[in-house]
Write a protein that binds this ligand. Structure first.
Ligand code: GLC
Length: 474
């Protein structure tokens, strides 16, 4: 099969969160038996990461009153064909999201991709789009009845339904050269505006949520951001497939970023990583239970519960290490907590691959009490490194972590609670610490269970492959 992914981020070129990991690692797995491509905007941050880009095409995109030229560059990486759409005005900026004209920037990208595949004669069996940024792509092709794509089918994965891609209805004409009929007939309309994600739900052949639990949440009015109605209309084409992680990139047995490699048979080596982590970050007690956090620092991730639990953790003798960046108020809190408890709380604002790996390897627990979490990757990476995830049972956290409840020692691989409240979080932390301090045998068994959990892409990629095969005509 020829599979083309269109998205706004993909590791190793550009990644702000799980989306970038998933587009890459899913493609890497599928590329073993298929021809797989990924289209990305050529952000300025990507330019110095390209190793041998070739100019393979040039397309002219029409945005209301003007034309924009885009070059198309290509290079192969890990078996995946990467194509980059270059447009200086829209993509050569500091950062990748958060501009007033994001809607326009990704409209240009979406239109350019549709033209680029034709220009380079890449006829896909499947176009797999991800999230709101490229949600109008199937509408563009289907509404314009483009002959070139007559055998192509479309799959949407919803990674994060909090971002709906809202536009004014005039944008249909201004940015996409599409008629407003598709607004009035409801195809692209959500709460009286255009939503590019809602459009993708209408025009794609199949829709995927990134975990089975998240699928159910999205069909439920309370947690769907308004998408439950449109999704219910497509219920039979809507499935949930749990993401995997890149088990080669995250492997404690071979990881070059950690000081002492280990697997389930050499788990005692893990302690050396905790020692190094503490030494590097100035944490005074290297035997203390250590709680790691690696995250986008945003409301979605349960930061209020984490920050509201620091005093408790410190009072019970634990270390806390937080790495991430995001909302300013939370970054300020990170700094403040570090100055209050300098020998027990360490923070790193920004992203640092090397330190992230050491946190996973050096932590006993990994905090992820998300408010909502379509899938979540941090908890799976933590399990792979034998750091017990302490999570709220929501979305993919519920599908990937079996919380220890005192009776399920043979299967539990983390600690979990239900209600989004400080009370529940504190109770769970106390429970986790009691196990750490007083029930060493149980604790060690849970760590082994976590380490042995299989989160490789193999199974999930196979589910995607079956989904693709169910809609193409070969
Ligand atoms: C988004 C979601 C996260 C998911 C990731 C990859 O970042 O918030 O839960 O794991 O996408 O699908």
């Amino acid at each position: 099969m020829k599979i083309v992914n269109v998205c706004s981020e993909a590791y190793p070129y550009v990644k702000t969160g799980g989306l970038g990991d998933v587009t890459y690692s899913l493609s890497k797995q599928l590329a073993k038996d298929n021809e797989v491509a990924i289209f990305l905007p050529l952000y300025s941050t990507i330019k110095n990461k390209l190793s041998d880009p070739k100019l393979v095409g040039n397309v002219d995109v029409h945005l209301s009153w003007r034309h924009e030229q885009c070059n198309v560059f290509y290079e192969k990486n890990n078996g995946i064909n990467f194509y980059f759409i270059e447009n200086r005005h829209y993509f050569e900026r500091e950062g990748i999201y958060g501009f007033d004209d994001d809607g326009e920037r990704f409209a240009l990208f979406t239109q350019a991709v549709v033209k680029a595949m034709e220009a380079i004669k890449l006829v896909p069996d499947i176009i797999h789009i991800h999230d709101w940024q490229v949600g109008m792509l199937p509408a563009l092709i289907k509404e314009n009845k483009l002959e070139f794509y007559k055998n192509t089918k479309f799959v949407l994965t919803i990674h994060n339904s909090a971002f709906l891609g809202y536009l004014d209805k005039d944008a249909l004409g201004n940015l996409y050269n599409l008629p407003t009929d598709i607004f009035y007939n409801g195809n692209v309309k959500l709460f009286d505006r255009v939503s590019t994600l809602r459009a993708a739900i209408h025009y794609c052949d199949k829709i995927v949520a990134v975990s089975p639990t998240n699928r159910n949440e999205l069909l439920n009015n309370e947690s769907s951001n308004g998408l439950d109605g449109p999704l219910r209309m497509r219920e039979f084409d809507f499935t949930g497939i749990l993401n995997g992680i890149d088990v080669d990139g995250f492997n404690p047995k071979t990881d070059k970023y950690i000081t002492s490699n280990y697997d389930s048979s050499s788990i005692k080596n893990k302690i050396e990583n905790k020692k190094l982590l503490c030494k590097k970050l100035g944490l005074s007690n290297e035997n203390a239970p250590t709680f790691g956090v690696v995250t986008r620092v945003t409301w979605q991730k349960g930061m209020d519960l984490i920050f509201g639990s620091i005093a408790l953790l410190v009072s019970r003798g634990a270390n806390v290490v937080i790495l991430g960046s995001g909302e300013q108020r939370y970054e300020a809190m990170m700094n403040e907590l570090h100055s209050r408890f300098p020998t027990q709380v360490a923070v790193y604002i920004g992203y640092n691959d090397e330190l992230a790996h050491l946190i996973y390897a050096g932590s006993d627990f990994f905090l992820m009490p998300s408010l909502f979490e379509p899938c979540g990757l941090g908890q799976m990476i933590a399990q792979r490194y034998g750091a017990l995830p302490l999570v709220r049972r929501v979305g993919g956290l519920k599908d990937s972590v079996i919380g220890f409840d005192g009776t399920n020692l043979s299967s539990a691989n983390g600690i979990a609670f239900d209600f989004y409240s400080l009370e529940a979080m504190h109770g769970t932390i106390n429970y986790a610490l009691d196990i750490f301090y007083e029930k060493k045998k149980e604790f060690n068994r849970l760590v082994i269970n976590a380490l042995m959990t299989d989160h490789s892409w193999q199974k999930s990629a196979q589910e995607y492959e079956m989904l693709y095969k169910s809609i193409i005509n070969i």
